[in-house]
Design a protein around this ligand. Structure first.
Ligand code: F6P
Length: 311
């Protein structure tokens, strides 16, 4: 058996732990060959065989606690809809056949795809075209169907909670309202869990559109009750009932994904206007995707990796 593995989409702490578990299980337990594909599907399409690298036990030594991915990742390239230049014109093309061809040419029997909703959808579509694929669910947002928890989430939650703890003390010193924008496009798990764990006063999540007046009243009520500061946690995908999600860049819906961002600053601006209290916003951004995976994430990622090889 010859296994290929790639990591796709945005990175998350624990990817290296999955790669390590896959390599160790494949080699030590089953004596399978294993090849890493660099930079996800993009690597395979753009660099062909140059993106392939045999993985040995030595290659994965020491990577368990490291964030990121030793294979690199790309969260633009969808082989089923790729921007390519034909006769000087930019067109969108289905390159999935090329992916399958290259996997076959490399004698790869089965592909382990470690990714979030986008990458796993690509994996599923490749499977429908006859490719043997095993998916390992990854995302800090914790929003993949069929899973209770994805690796990446726990580490991001720790980072976000730590940030809220730190913002609490400075909010109290300066009698300010602190708005913290965390990641979470469609699901508010990071906001909800870090908000509760960090003792936030208001938590805004994409699943429940909020009202500006209710938000401002909650802050004013705290102030009336003697609290001189407040903490608001907003998922990047949170949206007002009378408005829409805020994007920092539009996407075309085919080859580029729209980039969320800006709700935290908008909440801070509106709250200052509506309550008269001094307000600041902190956008945690990609800090949540970095760093060493927590012990929980390492365990989960290791179990996913070993299970993927068994499958
Ligand atoms: O899906 C995970 C996620 O962290 C989202 O919450 C966020 O919108 C997105 O990735 C950002 O990805 P990037 O900036 O890498 O395109």
């Amino acid at each position: 058996m010859h296994i290929g593995i790639l990591t796709g989409g945005g990175d998350a702490p624990g990817l290296n732990a999955v790669i390590r578990a896959v390599v160790k299980t494949a080699i030590s337990r089953y004596e399978y060959d294993i090849t890493g594909i660099e930079d996800g599907f993009d690597g395979l399409i753009e660099r062909a065989f140059k993106a392939l690298r045999p993985l040995t036990l030595k290659d994965v030594r020491g990577i368990l606690p490291q964030g990121g991915t030793i294979l690199g990742a790309a969260n633009r390239g969808n082989p089923f809809a790729r921007k390519v230049i034909r006769d000087g014109q930019e067109v969108v093309e289905d390159c999935s056949g090329l992916v399958i061809e290259r996997l076959r040419a490399a004698d790869i029997d089965v592909l382990i795809v470690v990714g979030g909703d986008g990458t796993l959808r690509i994996g599923y579509e490749l499977y429908q075209k006859g490719c043997a694929v095993v998916g390992v669910p990854k995302t800090i947002d914790n929003d993949l169907g069929g899973t209770d928890v994805t690796f990446g989430f726990d580490t991001a939650l720790n980072t976000a909670t730590d940030a809220i703890d730190k913002l609490h003390t400075t909010a109290e010193s300066h009698h300010r309202v602190m708005v913290v924008e965390v990641m979470g496009r469609d699901a508010g798990w990071i906001a909800l869990h870090s908000g509760i764990a960090g003792g936030a006063d208001v938590i805004l999540i994409p699943e429940i559109p909020f009202r500006w007046d209710v938000l401002a009243d909650a802050i004013k009520a705290r102030s009336k009750g003697g609290a001189k500061f407040s903490i608001v946690v907003a998922a990047e995908g949170a949206q007002p009932a009378d408005g829409q999600q805020i994007f920092s860049r539009a996407g075309d819906g085919v080859t580029t994904v729209a980039r969320l961002g800006g709700i935290g600053n908008e909440v801070a601006r509106r709250l200052e206007e509506m309550t008269g209290m001094e307000t600041r916003c902190t956008v945690l951004g990609h800090v949540q995707r970095g760093g060493r995976p927590t012990p929980f994430a390492r365990l989960l990622a290791t179990r996913y990796g070993a299970a993927a090889v068994r499958l």
